[in-house]
Design a protein around this ligand. Structure first.
Ligand SMILES: *Cc1c(COP(=O)(O)O)cnc(C)c1O
Length: 453
């Protein structure tokens, strides 16, 4: 019985896979927030180094991973792929369940897969400081570590309520050498204007993005970094799925279904796009399922249209499935999934029926997370439990039908900083949130952005 399928360091992929090359319909171009005309790379230049902008618009199928990045990936990659025998037994299912575990990274999630190359390209172009925002703290942690490796100063605007609720995340970032500000701050115009209206503002991801972008845009030596949604972020994460294909081959198996939780799309893209390539190139029919919270259902109940990436309306307009950038999801414990929109690539793939989306209620997710922890031993990040819930649903369908499908899911992080969420579940305090169609319609009605034909 082989539980763990491992690769050697020299089997870390040499290139990332760019799904855009194989998409029958390419993602629509981002638009200028003011003129609503397609933007060129020059508009992004104040915020990102040129190499990342090139990757953002690239249609090349393979993008080489720089040797220095591959070498740093070796700190935790290749990550293990497990066969979940104990879970299969507990479910009494003929299905075979595999999971790729990204929680072995220094930050405890998949986020360093893109933080390292982003810091690398910034360092190569002489950038001295990077600003970013963080909500739950996963992205800030990953970027702090990556910046430290390349001698770049890192400044993190952390949503104030998270800063106060998750002091250990802040300490981890400080340990990696980053400066962490509870946002809103009085360091920026955006922050000062919020504080003038409400000195006790708890902050939001939208405000923190505005602060980080403002600092980067007003200093030549400073750039900005984002941990999800954008095309270059998804590209870097494909290292997950490329490794997983090699591991599935070693196991003599291939998934029928690939499942991942969905916030802005990076861990879903990371595991699923390389398998989608097998559908495009080899005619395979692997189902790729993105799983979002029922309380923030942009993929399953949102509208495909142009919308802003932030809640203040400063970013370019992105063609996406969205609930509207003013949508405020209920405070579910999977903080990493509380985002109003999806990236351009994932949205186009969903529109074209090439991937699938489902939603899950949070109590069901924690029930699945607990069953996973009690059989396989790893306590999954609240975000990751969404993928596990759908993997279990599919395995139970196999028990009904007697079919033996092979299921692979992305265990994108562990929950060691999120135990308060498990405590809330175990003491019966979690409430499922159903949002009404009227609420979604009301949020979308506030948009005056283009709707593509
Ligand atoms: C950030 C995060 C997510 C959500 O972001 P994606 O870009 O959709 O992957 C999910 N899980 C974990 C553990 C995260 O840190």
């Amino acid at each position: 019985m082989q539980r763990k399928i491992l690769l050697n360091e020299n089997e870390i992929p040499e290139s990332w896979y760019n799904v855009v090359a194989d998409m029958p319909n390419k993602p629509l171009p981002p638009l200028h927030p003011g003129t609503k005309e397609p933007i060129g790379p020059d508009m992004l230049a104040p915020l990102f180094p040129m190499e990342l902008i090139k990757q953002e618009v690239s249609q090349e199928k393979w993008v080489g991973i720089p040797e220095e990045v591959r070498d740093l990936y070796k700190l935790w990659r290749p990550t293990p792929l497990y066969r979940a025998y104990n879970l299969e037994k507990a479910l009494d299912t003929p299905a075979k369940i595999y999971y790729k575990y990204e929680g072995v990274s220094p930050a405890g999630s998949h986020k360093p897969n893109t933080a390292i190359p982003q810091a690398y390209y910034n360092a190569k172009e002489g950038v001295k400081r990077i600003t970013t925002e963080t909500g739950a703290g996963q992205w800030g942690t990953a970027l702090s570590f990556a910046c430290e490796l390349f001698g770049i100063d890192c400044e993190v605007f952390m949503v104030k309520v998270s800063y106060e609720q998750k002091p250990y995340r802040k300490m981890v970032m400080n340990t990696y050498g980053a400066k962490v500000h509870p946002s809103p701050t009085n360091l920026t115009n955006a922050g000062r204007s919020i504080l003038a209206q409400d000195p006790n503002s708890p902050g939001s991801l939208g405000i923190a993005i505005s602060e980080a972008v403002e600092v980067a845009a007003s200093d030549d030596n400073t750039k900005y970094a984002l941990g999800s949604v954008l095309n270059h972020v998804l590209l870097h994460q494909t290292v997950i799925g490329l490794e997983a294909i090699k591991q599935m081959e070693k196991a003599g198996d291939m998934p029928d279904i690939v499942i991942a939780p969905f916030g802005g799309g990076s861990n879903f893209a990371g595991i699923s796009f390389p398998f989608l390539r097998l559908n495009f190139d080899e005619g395979k029919k692997i189902r790729c399922i993105a799983v979002e919270p029922a309380s923030c259902p942009k993929l399953t109940r949102g509208q495909f249209r142009y919308d802003f990436g932030d809640s203040v309306g400063m970013t370019p307009l992105i063609p996406m499935y969205t609930l509207g950038h003013n949508f405020v999801p209920s405070p579910i414990h999977a903080g990493g999934l509380r985002y109003h929109g999806a990236g351009a690539i994932v949205s186009q793939l969903l529109k074209d029926g090439l991937i699938e989306a489902q939603s899950q209620q949070q109590n069901r997710c924690f029930e699945a997370g607990l069953q996973f922890a009690r059989t396989e031993g790893i306590i999954p990040a609240p975000e990751a439990t969404h993928g596990i819930a759908t993997a279990i649903d599919e395995a139970l369908k196999c028990r009904e039908s007697g079919e033996s499908k092979t299921i692979l899911f992305n265990l994108c992080g562990h929950a060691h900083f999120d135990m308060a969420a498990y405590e809330a579940y175990l003491s019966g305090k979690l409430v499922d949130q159903e949002i009404t169609s009227e609420e979604i319609a009301a949020s979308l009605a506030t948009l005056d952005t283009p709707v593509p034909a």
